[in-house]
Design a protein around this ligand. Structure first.
Ligand SMILES: Cc1cc2nc3c(=O)[nH]c(=O)nc-3n(C[C@H](O)[C@H](O)[C@H](O)COP(=O)(O)O)c2cc1C
Ligand SMILES: O=C(O)C(=O)c1ccccc1
Length: 399
């Protein structure tokens, strides 16, 4: 899949766009489009949100070095990642409960990702089931974010469904095994899972229904109507999910076990410490994601970007290192790639796009990043993304 439109040209020809071009604009419009508690769930971070701010501030401490008198041939940020051809090294980060942003939830995001040629990492706590997402964009590149349930049969069922539905990799959520101190959620008194939001992958799983203790309300290939199913058993489904959602004592040994369950590439998300990176590679992982969960888990945390060079150094070229937390623009992508990330994921921006325009909103967000990344690559003297290095950066005076 390749994507080579010039978004600027198209926007000017159309006399503008209904969607904003700045991160601030996207966030403001999403805020006015959504009920306050839904917006706060998406936008919020842990504690005083110092980690959220630190993630963004870290980008301002790197400066890209502009290059002159190059041949000016437009760059192509296309890349290959785990056997998939992508239009740029950008993925939709796994973000749960898409229905808070838009009723088409992750299926709309799947169509947008396929349209632009990027990969979608589907959250374990998506509103749409992993089969619904696969059906929505059969030719898209999709990975599944695996939140290890505290029930082995449910864990194995989710992995088997991931393989059967054609997902290309499994991303283990390492960064959310304990609840963060989410002040906005607490203030709103709103935890989506207590209302059966975000249970798409659970309410479509036979083992989950066994755990609920009721016959499964969905037959064969039927796409479950989550809201109807959920209403009929809401309280039991929510408490069952709370009980089995995450195995608290997850260790490197579990990763070794997962290796025996699946042939799919395994990535672990949430790695910030170089020593942990080395141990995970020894356990057989195929990739790592440096992330502090967008500042939603631990407040007063070091910026994720500041953890990237150490992890990249520890890993060398043994496995690809991906990055997320704070990426908002094409030049942010460039900085992370220059620091050694093979690809980056964006979280909140795609949810804001979804909130304001469904599929078209997510497509817009991705096309903006693609266009800015293409322009910035050209202006830093590159034709491809994989030639970036720390040579393209300097620490700014604020460092
Ligand atoms: C509303 C929301 C829900 C999220 N849900 C998940 C999730 O289910 N699983 C997961 O691994 N990460 C989840 N994340 C974290 C993202 O995958 C990603 O690490 C983070 O959003 C990146 O930071 P950014 O929002 O600054 O781009 C969520 C993030 C948001 C904003
Ligand atoms: O909201 C999140 O960031 C998230 O990843 C999550 C997932 C499951 C339960 C609670 C939070």
């Amino acid at each position: 899949m390749s994507y080579s439109g010039s978004y600027q040209t198209e926007v000017f020809r159309q006399g503008g766009s209904p969607f904003p071009f700045t991160v601030g604009g996207l966030e403001r419009e999403a805020k006015s489009a959504l009920p306050e508690k839904y917006f706060d769930y998406i936008a919020g971070g842990a504690g005083c949100e110092n980690t959220v701010a630190a993630n963004r501030a870290a980008f301002t401490r790197w400066g890209l070095i502009y290059r002159v008198l190059r041949d000016g041939i437009p760059a192509d940020p296309g890349c290959e990642l785990f056997g998939a051809r992508l239009s740029m090294p950008v993925l939709l980060a796994p973000a749960g409960v898409g229905e808070l942003a838009h009723r088409e939830a992750e299926t709309a995001a799947a169509r947008a990702a396929a349209e632009v040629g990027v990969a979608q990492v589907l959250s374990a706590v998506a509103s749409s089931s992993l089969e619904q997402v696969a059906q929505a964009a059969p030719h898209g590149t999709r990975w599944f974010q695996f939140a290890w349930p505290d029930d082995e049969k449910l864990a194995r069922s989710l992995i088997a469904r991931t393989e059967a539905a054609g997902y290309g990799a499994i991303m283990v959520m390492g960064d959310c095994y304990a609840a963060g101190w989410r002040t906005r959620e607490l203030s709103a008194g709103f935890f989506p899972f207590d209302h059966c939001y975000g249970l798409g992958n659970y309410l479509s799983d036979p083992r989950f229904w066994e755990l609920i203790g009721q016959p499964m309300d969905v037959q064969g290939d039927d796409i479950p109507d989550m809201s109807r199913v959920a209403r009929s058993v809401a309280a039991t489904a929510a408490s069952t999910w709370n009980r089995v959602f995450a195995k608290p004592a997850l260790t490197v040994t579990d990763i070794e076990q997962l290796r025996t369950w699946t042939r799919l590439p395994i990535l672990v998300k949430g790695v910030c410490h170089p020593g942990e990176a080395a141990a995970l590679i020894d356990a057989g992982v195929d990739g790592l994601v440096v992330s502090n969960h967008g500042g939603r888990q631990l407040d007063n945390c070091v910026a994720a970007l500041d953890c990237l060079p150490g992890v990249v150094e520890a890993v060398g070229d043994r496995v690809p290192v991906l990055f997320d937390s704070g990426v908002r623009t094409g030049t942010d992508v460039l900085i992370a790639l220059a620091l050694g990330a093979k690809a980056v994921m964006i979280g909140r921006p795609w949810l804001y796009g979804l909130a304001i325009g469904g599929q078209a909103g997510v497509t817009h967000v991705l096309r903006c990043i693609h266009a800015e990344l293409t322009s910035a690559l050209t202006l830093t003297g590159h034709r491809r993304a994989d030639t970036l290095s720390t040579d393209d950066l300097t620490r700014t005076a604020l460092a």
